[in-house]
Design a protein around this ligand. Sequence first.
Ligand code: CO
Length: 134
Amino acid sequence: MIGRLNHVAIAVPDLPAARRLYGDMMGAAVSAEQELPEHGVTVVFVELPNTKIELLHPLGEDSPIRGFLDKNPQGGVHHICYEVADIAAARDRLVGGGARVLGDGEPRGGAHGKPVLFLHPKDFCGTLIELEQA
Ligand code: CO
């Protein structure tokens, strides 16, 4: 059911510094900063030949990654995103298997304007999983 690895997301305390690290020091193509108020984050995408890295920084006081950065002040891997062909069908299959979907369980528009869902890390080997409809 799951398809390609769409991106690995890293929460960072200093987004311009992380953008320079990937763009200047590591020589990757990096996007401009993009604010996603409904997700409480500002993101930068690093384009790699086979996938992307999503650099995440909190946006707003109730950002869902603020607590993560409090526990990991230097930043860290926050989630990984797999592509699925049909996100509603994927959700129904996973919920049927006992997995928990975060929030109200309804897909929301993600960073690429496509529907996304997040799955509970306790149900997936301690890793927060994002599903994105490809
Ligand atoms: Co993501």
